[in-house]
Write a new protein. Sequence first.
Length: 297
Amino acid sequence: MCTDDIPRPYRPASLASQGGTHRGDFAPAPVMLEVPIYDNHTHFDFGDSPVELTAALDAAQAVGIAGAVQVGCDLESSRFTVEAVDADPRLLGAVAIHPNDAPELAQQGSLDDALVQIDAMAAHPRIRAIGETGLDYFRTGEEGVAAQHHSFREHLDMAKRRDLALQIHCRDAHVDVLNILAQVGSPSRLVFHCFSGDAELARICNENGWYMSFSGTVTFKNAKNLREALVVADPALILAETDAPFLTPHPFRGRPNASYMLPYTVQSMGQILGREVNELSLAIRQNTEAVYGSWAD
């Protein structure tokens, strides 16, 4: 597949206010995975230029990505997620209010109403996770911590009540995330999306049966801590994701990410672990289905 065959992300959106993704041409397609896997976390509703959702999934499927978990971060993207999982059987979904949005909604007095709407969307049979939720202290100051904690606890309650998986976004807040999980308990299936911890956090995840989803960041030259964590991680708890259009793997940093690029990350993971790619892909596929169930249901 040539570069021209790779579709743009699904819907136009300015990413500058969100930290953005680098603009530019998409990278060439990777070598196809012989054992198909699923992209554990992606955002088809972010991007620079419109394209058919089907075309984006076709490009991914052509390199061995059988499907994906489309993830909502606010009410708009969560509504998109519900529509998307109805539109294409290669998608399952997750819905939530992102921790960075919780303080603003709380200030407006609308956080609890938004959480009620997320809970209603989570009743859809192809919404298999609550997420992405958690804590993020990188962009939110102390004044927003209480709202983030409240929102995180409410999302945890949703996941447990509905027996859904939960995808955690955690940035500069691992201690508080672990404290809240210890206080209220975790759902039966919990995923650290875009795992950003070290080997010690990986050991904690192993002890608790929590899944660790590795993204393109594991390929970054300065990400020694992630590679050490990957080596420590229980193979039965490893997932893979793009977080597209963000976190494009090396050597294509500076170009937008997309689900079709996930094989680059998986191939790097295999090298780090000293595992054959087909063997690793089979494990990732089985782990992903253990978290979300079958895409065929």
